[in-house]
Write a protein that binds this ligand. Structure first.
Ligand SMILES: [Zn+2]
Length: 251
């Protein structure tokens, strides 16, 4: 008796695409969506906004941020206009689908840092958000930006947020530094075989070169606090990269 033939997976592709499209259209009717940037309906990120974001940071200008820290900070864009709107949506309005386009911007800053600091192995260490912010958002936004890149850089989760701290928004640069101080500690387990507790080693990151990764640099208070925790554990922070930098705030 002839067996019913199973269609080849490739033959299913067009119908799966069609079903996806029909379901997306139906969802749009039930739950109206709009572009996270310009609010045009029926799309989460419209093509013109996407193109504009893709062009940000591609001007060929230096990525080095004006912020004055012990290490250089490379940022793909200034925190204004479409970049600011996109980052706010990504962080505050649960728009994780902006990860690809913002991740591409971050990748350009990382490429710049790797080009300038070539000749050493840099470990990408994301600056962690406060636990409460991660729970509210539903994702670790800096890690999401790194994970969205192709090729995906290896992520070293060496830092953890030590305690809850007040939101940095609205604070002067002095207040930001005080607020950020001691915000981070190096995790007890910094690698599959390296453990601070097991080895009773106070400098488990000795010899490691770090590229700190964050979304925005304002005064650099968070980056400085993160760098201190890593350097206390023996690492050397070579540079930091962010999607955007704000104009320096004097206080
Ligand atoms: Zn748009």
């Amino acid at each position: 008796m002839p067996q019913p033939r199973t269609p080849h997976p490739a033959a299913l592709q067009p119908s799966i695409q069609l079903i996806k499209q029909v379901l997306t259209d139906a969802l749009c009717l039930l739950l109206p969506i709009q572009c996270a940037i310009c609010a045009v309906p029926d799309t989460r990120l419209c093509r013109p906004c996407e193109v504009q974001l893709e062009a940000v940071g591609d001007s060929g200008e230096s990525f080095e941020s004006p912020v004055d820290l012990d290490f250089p900070v490379y940022a793909a864009a200034s925190y204004e206009g479409i970049t600011r709107t996109a980052l706010l949506s990504f962080k505050e309005n649960s728009a994780p689908y902006l990860k690809r386009v913002l991740g591409a911007m971050l990748a350009r800053a990382i490429d710049e840092a790797l080009r300038i600091h070539s000749g050493m192995t840099l470990h990408c260490v994301p600056v962690p958000s406060a636990t409460e912010a991660v729970a509210k958002r539903g994702y670790r936004h800096v890690e999401l930006l790194l994970a969205a890149q192709h090729p995906r850089p290896e992520i070293y989760r060496w830092l953890v947020a030590r305690r809850e701290r007040a939101d940095q928004v609205g604070l002067t640069s002095v207040q930001r530094r005080q607020n950020a101080r001691n915000s981070f500690r190096v995790t007890a387990r910094v690698g599959s075989r390296v453990s601070v507790r097991e080895q009773n080693d106070s400098r488990p990151l000795a010899g490691k070169h770090v590229l700190l990764v964050d979304d925005i640099v304002t005064t650099g208070a968070s980056l400085t606090a993160a760098a201190k925790a890593l350097e206390d554990a023996g690492a050397r922070v070579v540079a930091a990269v962010t999607v955007a930098h704000t104009p320096r705030i004097f206080a």
